[in-house]
Design a protein around this ligand. Sequence first.
Ligand code: IVH
Length: 673
Amino acid sequence: MAADRRQALRAEVLRREIERHNRLYYAGDAPEITDLEYDRLLRELSDLERRHPELLSADSPTQRVGAAPLAAFAEVRHRTPMLSLGNALDEQEARAFDRRVREALGEEGVEYVAEPKFDGLAISLRYRDGLFVQGATRGDGAAGEDVTSNLRTVRSIPLSLPRGADTADLEVRGEVLMYREAFERLNARQRQAGGKEFANPRNAAAGGLRQLDSRITARRPLRFFAYGVGDAGLTGCATHAQVLDRLEAVGFPVCAERATLLGIDGLLRYYAQIGARRERLPYAIDGVVYKVNRLDWQQRLGFVSRAPRFAIAHKYPAEEQVTEVLGIDLQVGRTGALTPVARLKPVSVGGVTVTNATLHNEEELRRKDVRVGDTVVVRRAGDVIPEIVSVRAQARRAGARPFHLPRQCPICGSAVVRGEDEAIARCSGGLYCPAQRKQALLHFAGRRAMDIDGLGDKLVDQLVERDLVRTPADLFGLATAQLAGLERMAQKSAENLLAALERAKRTRLDRFIFALGIRNVGEGTARDLAHHFGGLERLMQADESALQAAPDVGPIVARSIRQFFGEPHNLEVIRKLREAGLAWEESGPAPARPAGTARVFVLTGTLEHLSRDQAKALIERHGHKVAGSVSKQTDYVVAGAQAGSKLARARALGIAVLDEQGLIELLEGHTHP
Ligand code: IVH
């Protein structure tokens, strides 16, 4: 059935509305409606068009979903060639450009428009009677490929223009690109689907633009920015700035970072400002472009060979370069983390010579499969540390072998360990490894550990650098004479330090356990372990299941404790510490309750007499457990004042709730703590 007037009108209104929202979203970056509302409008229009095909027009936004695949792209001859730009690689060359312009024009101060140089693909868009009719790639500059159906899917490209004498017949030129965020999302999607990842947004945009099947292009989040006009249109403009403003007014996205500036100093300031913000722009740029503002002056300046004399690209240092992997080293961090680092043939990237690139961890190394001798793409963006982006697999030498992490720490020979769910491999010789020495000493001496007054980082630096101290055990062998020779160490402070060391020898088991710096064993866990095992020997002998019987010790903590005490280097240091006279009181292990009689308590709110720690200790002394959150496994919730959600949850689950008095009665059978 043919559409009636009302339906035809509705289709027209919908088309205009949808395109207006496109402009608001892409050109103005100020959407008025949600994605959902937008989709609803689009669906209404496509329903109408399906029922009444005669309503369908080439400029309908429903056509942005892509069309049937092409066999090949047709050729498009550019009526005015699409030229390239000359480059200025440094300030001198930018100044030389301005000088040439001024001399050729015979003018003193010249006004320029500066814009970012987008790192995308140049395209040309042709409008006839205000309708988008043809889009082409730059190709060799003289002729490109007809990618009209692909460009129709790019929502920031207007399919129709408001009526106006200057826009009826118009050729707009600009750049197709992909926002960095959209690129990351696309790559994540590709990764999930097991597809190929793109090296950078430019490649991803190029891949999208060159699809014969425009339905694929429609799924690539491409964007467009206009930066000029070709042979036709915009007759009323006298300057490039006016051209850009007019393009923006009729619905093209034009870069908001553009500026009109006077003379070379203005340009250089712009270059520095954009350069400082380069990393924060949503799209990649590789420079800025300077264009003489007056169009009559542009004409007068004309062209040399294939580039205009009136414009130039002032480039930023490239952020990516190709180089060779000379070796793969391992760095051991202060906490024992092993980081593979690629040693590179020196190359200048982003204005700095790069000789190393981190490979982060074993997984990353495996994923990128970097091998010695490989040709790699290195990236250094802003202040970010250099990274290997990809390996040129086709350039790999025959016989290049995959890299494996060693089983022994390259610094101290202790075992290298890696948790199942951890990306990072570590040296387990925490107390012994020179790479971890300073960190281990500072932690050992800390207030909550051995509390050695006066042993701060300046002093630790000196002690380690002069090789006076290698492990915490060496601290207790220091003599006044050795200390007095150090910077900022008078006789008196040396004596004070020795006194503090002497005092530290009498300690508590929980402090000592904490001081060892076992991974995943904080102060609280150290206290629980001391309480549960009562003595160091029992703790050192405990296997993983015995460890997990301690409160709040799960498989991960149990494993790191085993790894620590499994490393002979650490045991040697502990032996020496005890020889040096470190001592603490030990108690028997916590009484084991008959199987099945241990109960699980959860504490919440403020109790009247007992602190949280005291209450916990009391419960554990009776062989019960304290958990952090209420679950079906909870037997009792002990609630004090200001008890919150845990109490509510206990009630909801029907768990017995006690107050302080109730707790004491239950455990000890009397009423006062
Ligand atoms: S103007 C006559 N402005 O740079 C030259 N080009 O080497 C007209 N480009 O592939 C070009 N951003 O796609 C101009 N703001 C900008 C640009 C820009 C990127 C690209 C352009 C072309 C290359 C020229």
